[in-house]
Design a protein around this ligand. Structure first.
Ligand code: ADP
Length: 212
């Protein structure tokens, strides 16, 4: 296993910075909660992305400038439905949006990381592999929570009101299981029960404490 050299978001405190990802329903949040309970500093990139695109968020003005007022709703937030329709019709627009959002998300995570106590830092990034090159520059290691798509489907349906076809569509739109595994430094197999996930969280925590 390669030695990790702390940089970027983790560098402020010279501590290891782990990017944690996985498909919808894979168990990212469950694993992140276990690592947080062990004392890791855990931050969620989606939470930051939502704040940046909420009314008054720092990404609203640049989004309006790049895409026009039609992408901003009456409350002054990013109109997610309009943006989804746009990037579906014109995939290149997604890159423009990411070019606006990603640096701001990364910067805000660095600010929050500096104020977050913990022996190491875990950034939960649901779409990490979808923007792999950008995130690789932000984290020392990539941890992937892995399970079969059928299990993701079951878990998401059990916890939400989404219909099976909606969940299948989300899974199909995300990076493939293979792409995620190819990007992983650490793979957490979440095809077992929560006790099995906890055992892996315990082992991973000890490794991350040591800095690898
Ligand atoms: P993600 O954050 O990747 O979308 P979650 O951590 O929210 O996924 O997990 C999806 C759902 O499945 C949650 O309700 C969670 O409690 C449950 N879950 C996760 N891992 C397991 C497991 N090993 N056994 C049973 N339920 C699980």
């Amino acid at each position: 296993m390669a030695e990790a050299t702390p940089r970027s978001a983790g560098r402020a405190h010279r501590r290891l910075c782990v990017g944690l990802t996985g498909g919808i329903g894979s168990g990212k949040s469950a694993l992140a909660a276990m690592l947080a309970a062990h004392g890791a500093a855990v931050l969620d990139a989606d939470v930051v992305a939502h704040e940046l695109t909420a009314p008054g968020g720092a990404a609203i003005a640049p989004i309006r400038e790049a895409f026009g007022a039609a992408l901003i709703d009456a409350r002054g937030a990013l109109d997610r439905a309009a943006m989804r329709a746009l990037v579906f019709a014109q995939p290149a627009q997604r890159l423009r949006l990411q070019a606006i959002l990603h640096p701001r998300i990364a910067r805000e995570l660095q600010v929050r990381a500096a104020a977050a106590p913990g022996a190491y830092l875990v950034l939960v990034v649901p779409l990490l592999v979808e923007s792999l090159a950008r995130w690789r520059a932000e984290v020392d290691r990539i941890a992937v929570v892995d399970c079969a798509p059928e299990l993701q489907l079951q878990r998401v349906i059990a916890r939400s009101a989404l219909a099976p076809d909606q969940v299948r569509a989300i899974i199909a739109a995300q990076a493939t299981r293979e792409a995620r595994l190819a990007a992983a430094d650490d793979v957490v197999d979440n095809s077992g029960d929560l006790a099995a996930l906890q055992r892996q969280a315990d082992a991973l925590h000890l490794r991350y404490l040591r800095g690898i």
